[in-house]
Design a protein around this ligand. Sequence first.
Ligand code: NCD
Length: 316
Amino acid sequence: MTFAQSHLLGIEPLSPPEITTILDLADQYVDLNRRDVKHSDALAGLTQINMFFENSTRTQASFEIAGKRLGADVMNMAMQASSIKKGETLIDTAMTLNAMHPDLLVVRHPHSGAVDLLSQKVNCAVLNAGDGRHEHPTQALLDALTIRRAKGRLHRLNIAICGDIAHSRVARSNILLLGKMENRIRLIGPPTLMPSGIADFGVEVYDDMEEGLRDVDVVMMLRLQRERMDGGFIPSEREYYFRYGLDAEKLAFAKEDAIVMHPGPMNRGVEIDGEIADDINRSVIQEQVEMGVAVRMAAMDLLARNLRAKPREVLA
Ligand code: NCD
């Protein structure tokens, strides 16, 4: 098993064998999660604190269930109502929590780089649950596991990521991961929602769904991240749906057995037609949620093994 990391801050620092190690272990946790009794003691005696400075439903629930199934003591901090509101800095909050000796800190923050900064100030393992538009590593890992199980492999696939690429940490982590595993990545969306210089990442860029979806194996749809937009990036939601919303007609350009993915939360009738999202023959959106718990269990298990193997002081 190859996994030399002390934290999971992004996909960028991971090697392909490390990605495979996480996915292989996650496969085992998928089996555990399908049993009547879903319990392991991989994190027994350890304390996991979830700090979400941004709203989240599925990611926070997923990390909480993952920690509980592995036997950790899990605590959710309601960061919205916390001392941050009273003017405390992120670092002071982190230091205060650190003094309570947590072992795993799961952090979501609206600023790119905030989780990385925090990881330098504490001596426990830090997992990035999404930082601004930078990275969302467990989302990319759960997407990779879903693709690998549906397609039987995670290389040499044509994968389209569609929609609001510019504001999406999910897109960024997926581009990094799928690129490392040697897939062909196409980005499809209006030019206003494409980050500048993105072609340097070794991806193909399209602004037309018909062209971009031709012969792809995987279609990954993204939400319009309105909370990160300041101004008019699209003419109207109606117009956007007409040009970029995934419906049966557009999906017909992809391979016959192409799978449809979405990280959630989904806006039906904006980036995706409700019927496609619910079509169990094409959509793997529910599988993605299932894989999310297993991938987070695997990541926390591996980090905990490394945590136990090293003296705490050298971690920070
Ligand atoms: C994503 C996120 O928060 O970046 N959601 C998620 O974690 N499942 C995508 C989004 O908010 O659109």
